[in-house]
Design a protein around this ligand. Sequence first.
Ligand code: BGC
Length: 275
Amino acid sequence: MIRQGKRPGRVVVHQKKQDMKLKKILGIDIGGSGVKGAIVNTKKGELVTQRYRIPTPQPATPEGVAEVIRKITSHFKWEGPVGVGFPGVIQQGIARTAANVDDSWIDKDVNKLFSEVTGCKVHVVNDADAAGMAEVKFGAGKGHKGTLILITVGTGLGTVVFSNGKLVPNLELGHLMLHGADAELYASDAARSNNGLDWEEWAGRFNEYLLRIEELVWPDRIIIGGGASKKGEKFFPYLTTKAPVVPAKLMNEAGIVGAALASKYYNKLESKEVG
Ligand code: BGC
């Protein structure tokens, strides 16, 4: 006799199997100077291996970076799902901007390119969105309601806003106009080193940027990520926003952890769409 109600049981078993499969994911963060990867425990938000870093090829073309992504997956002998944070707008796996990488990325299907070269299922998202997902789930945004903004300070200025835990992807507030130019050319970490600014001088610029963000977004909390998050003691004392400014708890690892979380999210979403 065929019993009714078998299907829900199967669905639960399928979900458990899928959760097991998605517990460990290779997360990769494409930065201006290095591409970094590690296997991430997506339940705990922790790296389970050492980070493996390869310098970002210059120029950072799709072919050059894809080869680096392939080297990282083969370093980990990885065949499972992969999440990648990319330093530009990503819509459904397609790059739409390329502020700090080669222009030939624009309109490239990056999910397809990286999946083909690695033989793995790769999902690509904006790097700041990835870092934000990690900080909200496991770091300095955990348990905080209201509006949070995370700003990654590195080669560019990456931004992501969460309202009560919900993210709007690809918010490009690093490209606000400040003194008639792109804000990230004035206040990113690269702007500090390129212009030979000391920390106090740069902090003045960065503070101007934060005040501008504050009058447009009105965040309840500002989280600073990216390379500069490790140097907080050098510039936090000069910041004068109303909202508290805190360093990312996962520091520079947020991008890797978040890329893995994004892959988990999309794998689950796609299996629901199919099932
Ligand atoms: C890009 C953003 C990116 C940020 C940090 C900016 O130039 O436009 O998409 O998140 O740099 O990499």
